[in-house]
Design a protein around this ligand. Sequence first.
Ligand code: ZN
Length: 484
Amino acid sequence: MNTKIEKISKIPTEIVLNKVSHTLYIIDKKQKNFPFQAILKNKLKRIGRKINDLKKTPVITELKDGGIICWVMASDSLNLFQCHTILRKSLAHLIEEKPTSISIVCHVEKNLIKLWGEAAVYVALLNTSNLPSHKKNHKINPLKDIKLYGISLPADLKTISASVKGNNLTRELTMTPPNNLTPLIYRKKIAKLAKQNKWKLQEYSMSKLKQMGAGAFFAVGQGSEPQDAAIVNLRYEPIGASESIALVGKGICFDTGGHNLKPAKYMNGMHEDMNGSAVVLGILQAVSLARLPIKLDCWLAIAQNHIGPKAYKQNDVVKALNGMTIEIVHTDAEGRMVLADTLTLASRKKPKAMIDFATLTGCMHVAMGDRYSGAISNRQELTCMAIGAGSEAGERISGFPYDEDYEEDLESQIADIKQCTLEGGPDHIHAARFLGRFVEKNVPWLHIDLSSSNRKGGLGAVSSDVNGFGVNFGLKIIQKILNN
Ligand SMILES: [Zn+2]
């Protein structure tokens, strides 16, 4: 469903608000006169809180005609992630009642209006999206419209709505159970999306990849039956756009770990190991809807990591598309195998920059928890840009090193490189050093290891565990790269 957004420049009166069922009222410390001030002050007094506490904890007041208002305080001392978080917590009070309409009042100083108004709409739309459910009695969210009061500025609602739709696509795909999203089903869904959005599509099937010599990808794909793995290339090429950015995504539809089988606790949730490819699709969807004037060249590495007589094993040596031989060390390090050949293919087209998204290493998760994702790049300035884009998107990114000497740990006695080590150590950096060996033509490349793709109870703007982290970030960094 498309939620209608209506902008009204005036602040509503008590008479208007009394007729509204669900209101989010954003104030700042400068506001001395606002509707239902006395009710709010009495409630704050009763529960022993100060008005400034609304910066951290929202408060609900009830109106005599049955409506509710959730009060929250905007402040320029909060960054966008904090702003998204407090707005998510505030709006949750309203959204849990499944309203058909929400009014958002942005009663703040001029310098805060655009940021808080746009953020409130973004958070409201994200958390009223109708995500798939398999419960018989699942009720869909009926939000038909948002009335946005207090905004006369030209808020960028088109880009917000595009970003939300991209995020929804990412979450929808990532949440899909693995029996409903095998590589073949996934490829069919992608072909449908390509048709709807007029993206150009090209598939590299297993037989084609074998013929081309893409042995790194093939090593993983050969382990499952049917052999329906593929590298899928999607292109968005609007008229007049000249520069091209490549996006690469890890799309492991289910990761058993292969012969180095994961125990149940760690295999649980492994249908989400295709999240990187879903983030790429989400960004592509958002960029297409926002009609950004750039070319996107997207490469999705879609496969499963299974056990079976044909599955690759420890000590195998395989030859990648770029001619390098790889000593297999751990079959659960399949992500870097499928990405290696995919990065080669993407970089051969010499894009202005290349960004890959992958739920790649447990090590990044250990380093960061599930609140941040990590960036590693062959250009330090791209890592810095990623951190900035993350702040501007409300999706937090931290940088990690890419120094050459880390690669000493991947020296192999029998092949050109080892896939990983068995000794532990900084596997998130080893993985990036490994991947970097398959990037051709010295293309500026940024690797995002998505440690924050799933956080119980939500993260930033999003209240679902699977959060679509990376879509809003992707939109921001693409624009930064273009303007650079
Ligand atoms: Zn794995």
